[in-house]
Ligand binder design. Structure first.
Ligand SMILES: NC(=O)c1ccc[n+]([C@@H]2O[C@H](COP(=O)([O-])OP(=O)(O)OC[C@H]3O[C@@H](n4cnc5c(N)ncnc54)[C@H](O)[C@@H]3O)[C@@H](O)[C@H]2O)c1
Length: 327
């Protein structure tokens, strides 16, 4: 069967309904696609539908979605515990099971058998090579990375990643699909570990942790430096654009001076291993790097989402100056 993904209404299967699967099903459905959301346990599916409702209520409160459109989108989502039922007739599949290679390889081999070769099979892996995820498929040309960022219903960026076997058709169609559902996709042409988003994030974190460890700056002030300074500006002007605005010769001199002085640590900070050993696993245990009082995590998450939603409004008001690339 040939699928018409350009119509923007092609059937989508979302496999795995945890943190990422729920929000991804929501975005496809809000863009008009019929979605089958699959999980092995009924409770997971119920929790996912509840999560989608909460996400949508937030968007409605902030006037980014109407109640009528939200209900129509929910009506496009059907849930199932059966993989074959989820995949039947799907033109595009988004896989969102846990970040472990053997289960992903087994699932892709199974999906390869259960779908027609025209169905695009995407993985939302954050770090595993796409080529490895596709290893046991016969039609690996239709396996592609489609990496979302959490919370998936609020972060515009998605990475479309080419595995060694990914064909031009699957790569280009996934990129197009990402645009039609309102995301800001980038093309990742090499199956580089960590792709782009996670590499940039970890590279910056290495320096961040290093500056704290050698006592240059407190944790709290480092967070301010990123949130109120660099992250804020980078959301408007990227590094190459900034080099042009600052003056290429000034930028070049700073880079030449500082690059040799930056951290080259290859071990993660001991802090994280210590916290794990103490059971301080972050917000879910009430303490991690910081302590969280009663209700505080909910307040932090609500504030995060409100700020991200306000930023979506800013982006709508000021679309990027540069085209995001040909459709
Ligand atoms: N959480 C994030 O911040 C984030 C961001 C980007 C990408 N990702 C990636 O997305 C993927 C999913 O992550 P998550 O955070 O949603 O995980 P999660 O643990 O919240 O959800 C995974 C779900 O998949 C289910 N599952 C396990 N095996 C399954 C199978 N064979 N078939 C169907 N369902 C199965 C689990 O029961 C669970 O409900 C991972 O590859 C992860 O690296 C996560």
């Amino acid at each position: 069967m040939t699928h018409d993904r350009s119509a923007g209404k092609c059937p989508i299967a979302v496999i795995g309904a945890g943190t990422m699967g729920a929000g991804i099903a929501q975005i496809f459905a809000q863009a008009g696609h019929p979605v089958r959301l699959q999980a092995r346990k009924r409770e997971t599916l119920e929790a996912a539908l509840q999560r989608i409702r909460v996400n949508q209520d937030e968007l409605i409160r902030h006037e980014l979605l109407s109640a009528v459109d939200a209900e129509a989108a929910r009506g496009r989502i059907t849930v199932t515990q059966a993989l074959d039922e989820a995949l039947a007739g799907a033109a595009f599949v988004s896989e969102n099971i846990p970040e472990l290679l053997p289960p992903k390889q087994a699932l892709f081999a199974q999906m390869d058998r259960l779908t027609s070769p025209e169905t695009i099979l995407s993985t939302n892996t954050s770090s595993l090579p796409i080529t490895q995820v596709a290893r046991d498929t016969k039609h690996s040309e239709r396996v592609v990375g489609f990496h979302w960022f959490n919370p998936p219903h609020l972060i515009p960026l998605v990475e479309v990643i080419r595995g060694e076997q990914t064909g031009d058709g699957a790569f280009d169609e996934t990129y197009r699909l990402a645009k039609t559902i309102g995301k800001s996709p980038i093309r990742v042409h090499k199956d580089t570990p960590g792709f782009v988003g996670n590499r940039l994030q970890r590279a910056l974190e290495r320096e961040f942790f290093y500056l704290e460890r050698i006592g240059t700056c407190s944790r709290e002030d480092l967070e301010v430096a990123l949130k109120q300074g660099l992250g804020y500006r980078w959301s408007v002007v990227g590094p190459f654009e900034h080099a042009d605005l600052a003056g290429v010769e000034t930028h070049s001199a700073t880079v030449s001076f500082l690059f040799p002085l930056l951290s080259t640590d290859t071990e993660p900070p001991a802090l994280f291993a210590d916290l794990v050993a103490k059971g301080r696993l972050g917000a879910k245990t009430g303490a991690g790097v910081y302590e969280y009082g009663p209700g505080e995590v909910d307040r932090i998450l609500a504030r995060r989402n409100t700020m991200l939603i306000d930023f979506i409004k800013v982006l709508k008001k000021h679309p990027p100056l540069r085209a995001l690339g040909p459709a």
